[in-house]
Design a protein around this ligand. Structure first.
Ligand SMILES: Nc1ncnc2c1ncn2[C@@H]1O[C@H](COP(=O)(O)OP(=O)(O)O)[C@@H](O)[C@H]1O
Ligand SMILES: [Mg+2]
Length: 572
């Protein structure tokens, strides 16, 4: 992660430098105090008290200024670090394949992007300030204490190993717990994200209490783990304190005995020694705090690195030159099983779609229709066989080149919380208003959009909830039409439209966009009977193919679907 700090190296140097300034002032203070007590107060030298007093004030001011500057620089470095890291991580998450996103789970990715980055960022800020501060404090304190009297250093040296041992013990215990805490946080974010996004379903099923219970369990699990770590670490501070205070008592004892037996120690020097000792041991204690943050940040850094190290398994190809005509799609003996499952969803699919052809895919739910078309833009890679676009294996394109050829309307219309106009323009940022209107007209969306109070500038609420299902679908279709494409794929994209609007849409589509290859998944035969070719997908294989008329003649399964829909249509 250090590479993210490189850009801020100047601040990483400046901050500790000013910290050295602040600490030197802190270290100078007790010496000045000893002088005031021994030479000023005890010998009633008033002018010396004033002189040294002034020095002390200057010392405090200079120390304070250095402290402020150190803080500012350390923050610039750590915030910049966090900002860059978050940006990089986000870019990485966007590049993950569907499979990888599913494996991490959305909740966990959100935790990593927010909380984990913050942990590491805090640690960087603390390290820049704290490590130097305490290092200098420790070394300086030891030196100054030695100067007051070597005997005192001996006392400090006795306390030192105990404190280090105490710290090592607790941190070793806490380290694995921090990782568990982050995992529990994943759990909370997971429930939260699912329920906030799916709030409507929760309400519709009156499942608030049930979901609250689920959240409660995740939240309590987090709380329990947090308490376990914190209870463990609660012993650390007082433990260090006890050792520290024992040392202070020892110093007073040693000092008192020496003074009483007419030794070379003064009350001022004993006072200074106590302050130095507190500084040294306090510094060690603070190091403990830093290590604690470090341990926690280490767990977070590992989790961030897991994502950063996760190279998308969909790698770019060499960017092949197309060999066949624009808009050809070919499946050569393609089989597919979802990652982590054994059963093939698609089996031995052989299929060629000619440029400009309209191919319809019909089949029961779960027969693999969506899966089949997901292989064309490489949302997933075929397990066996090849998928070719324009005569070249899809793996040989760069992902962006491949996906730029294809416009997909997914089964679930996803819209963003922006005006309708921006939603449509999403895939073609430079589109002119008349182009946007034309796309909307083809998608049969222009009518309802113009009836809205703000027309094309009507805001869409999050997830598109402010539009009806059919309106959402038509906006999604307009968005796909506007994006430059050779291949147009509709995955059940017009299922919520009434038959008349749907027919008008396909009519307009064949007039306005005659050249692109169209692959249309549909539930209703009525939607697609005019397609150039219809294939019937059954259990992951192509059960029949042909025009509506030939299928009616030759395919039992097609006739079955047709008849059942006729009955439903008649009944409705
Ligand atoms: N991400 C996934 N992971 C595992 N199995 C999946 C996934 N998506 C779909 N499936 C399974 O693949 C089969 C085909 O699904 P799908 O292609 O969506 O069907 P269709 O679009 O024809 O309704 C179904 O049995 C479904 O359960
Ligand atoms: Mg589907």
């Amino acid at each position: 992660m250090l590479k993210y700090l490189k850009k801020y190296w100047i601040f990483c140097i400046l901050a500790p430098l000013f910290m050295v300034g602040e600490v030197s002032m802190d270290l100078w203070q007790p010496a000045l105090m000893a002088r005031i007590v021994d030479q000023g107060v005890l010998q009633s030298d008033f002018s010396l008290i004033v002189k040294v007093g002034l020095q002390m004030i200057l010392c405090v001011l200079a120390g304070g200024m250095s402290g402020v500057l150190c803080g500012v620089f350390a923050n610039i470095a750590s915030q910049g670090f966090g900002n860059d890291l978050r940006k990089d991580l986000f870019g990485h998450i966007m590049a993950l394949s569907f499979e990888q996103t599913e494996r991490f789970s959305t909740g966990s990715l959100i935790t990593r992007l927010s909380n984990d980055v913050t942990q590491v960022q805090n640690m960087v800020g603390l390290a820049i300030r704290g490590v130097v501060r305490n290092g200098v404090m420790f070394a300086g304190g030891v030196f100054m204490l030695w100067r007051q009297s070597p005997r005192f250093s001996l006392v400090a040296a006795c306390g030192f190993p105990f404190i280090v041992a105490l710290m090592a013990f607790f941190l070793k215990k806490a380290s694995p717990l921090f990782r568990i805490v982050q995992e529990k946080l994943d759990g909370v974010n997971h429930v939260m994200q699912e329920d906030v996004a799916g709030a409507r379903v929760v309400k519709a099923y009156v499942k608030e209490d049930y979901e609250l219970g689920r959240f409660d369990r995740a939240n309590n699990a987090l709380c329990t783990e947090n308490l376990r770590v914190q209870t463990l670490l609660a012993f650390l501070g007082p433990g260090i304190n006890i050792i520290m205070n024992l040392c202070v008592v020892a110093v007073i004892l040693v000092g008192g005995v020496t003074v009483k037996s007419g030794g070379d120690l003064t009350p001022g020097s004993i006072m200074a020694a106590i302050t130095y000792l507190t500084q040294i041991l306090g510094g060690i204690g603070f190091m403990g705090m830093i290590f604690q943050t470090f341990t926690r940040a280490k767990a977070s850094a590992e989790r961030i690195n897991e994502v950063l190290d996760c190279q998308s398994n969909l790698t770019d190809g060499e960017n092949a030159q197309p060999e066949a005509a624009r808009g050809t799609v070919e499946f050569r003996d393609v089989s597919f099983a979802y990652p982590g499952t054994k059963e093939n969803v698609l089996e031995h699919i052989d299929l060629t779609v000619r440029p400009g052809e309209t191919l319809a895919i019909i089949g029961a739910t779960g027969s693999g229709k969506s899966t089949l078309i997901d292989l064309i833009p490489r949302f997933y890679d075929a397990t066996a066989g090849e998928v070719l676009v324009d005569g070249k294996n899809v793996r040989d394109y760069t992902l962006s080149d491949l996906r730029n050829k294809i416009s997909v309307v997914m089964q679930r219309a996803e819209l963003y919380s922006r005006p309708i106009e921006e939603n449509i323009r999403w895939g073609a940022p430079d589109a002119k208003p008349e182009e946007i209107k034309a796309a909307a007209q083809t998608a049969q969306a222009d009518g309802f959009i113009c009836e809205k109070e703000y027309g094309y500038y009507t805001p869409v609420s999050e997830g598109g909830h402010s539009l009806s299902g059919g309106q959402k679908q038509r906006v999604s279709v307009a968005r796909a039409l506007l994006k430059p494409h050779e291949i147009l794929i509709f995955d059940d994209a017009t299922s919520a439209l009434d038959l008349r609007t749907e027919a008008a849409l396909y009519d307009a589509l064949s007039k306005q966009d005659p050249d692109s290859t169209k692959i249309i998944i549909a539930q209703r035969i009525a939607s697609v009977r005019r397609a150039d070719r219809i294939i019937v997908l059954d259990n992951g294989g192509i059960a029949a193919a042909g025009t509506h008329e030939t299928l009616m003649e030759n395919s039992e399964i097609y006739r079955d679907i047709f008849r059942s829909q006729q009955r439903e249509g008649g009944a409705a």
